[in-house]
Unconditional design. Structure first.
Ligand code: PRP
Length: 189
């Protein structure tokens, strides 16, 4: 059936079903690695709000996974233009609970140049967690500026400006249930 797309959206790149399947795969891998352990998922606002929620719920449906899953959030911002961040990352809002001694998985919607996750791994790693890993729904490997480990990857992102499922353009389109390509005329030249 033909889907009616909002103005500014050219086409759906990754459907809601494909996103759900990727989250289920990541949840299965995380559940295996943290079976019986108490785990903290740290979602990176705002983009990772949906993947963090969906990953947490997928984890809770796996019987032999972590003994419990707690949620926390952190907010960072990176300076840059519409297409690309500059690499300068700033902490906007910290986690509400200390992560010392905890098993932590940082949850991101996307890794692009890698500066944001690099910053977060360094900052959170300095706080003596029991373990620290990263789960990223979308790996966009084409413009990586820093080498950073991603332990769980959902999908490879096409080399397009992608919005939806948490990803925005000027704060719009985040709430779309799928990942989509913007019409080129929406973006600055
Ligand atoms: C996006 C995304 C990641 C980061 C990845 O956040 O949510 O945190 O960019 O990009 P990088 O690998 O090039 O550093 P953004 O700064 O757009 O903020 P938002 O999550 O509030 O939209």
């Amino acid at each position: 059936m033909q889907q009616t797309l909002p103005p500014g959206i050219e086409k759906v790149l990754i459907s809601a079903d494909e996103i759900a399947a990727a989250n289920a795969r990541m949840a299965a891998a995380i559940a295996r690695d943290y079976a019986g352990a108490s785990l903290v998922l740290v979602g990176v606002l705002k983009g990772a709000v949906f993947v963090t929620a969906d990953l947490a719920r997928a984890l809770s449906e796996i019987a032999d996974g972590p003994s419990d899953v707690q949620l926390d959030f952190i907010a960072v911002s990176s300076y840059g233009n519409a297409h690309r961040s500059s690499g300068e990352v700033r902490l906007i809002q910290d986690t509400t609970h200390a992560i010392e001694g905890r098993h932590v998985v940082v949850v991101e919607d996307i890794i692009d140049n890698g500066h944001t996750l690099h910053y977060l791994r360094a900052m959170l790693g300095n706080r003596s967690p029991a373990s620290l890993r990263a789960a990223v729904l979308l790996d966009k490997p084409y413009h990586r500026a820093v080498d950073v480990t991603v332990d769980y990857v959902g999908l490879t992102c096409p080399d397009e400006f992608v919005v939806g499922y948490g990803l925005d353009y000027q704060e719009r389109y985040r709430t779309l249930p799928y990942l989509a390509k913007l019409r080129p005329e929406v973006l600055p030249a």
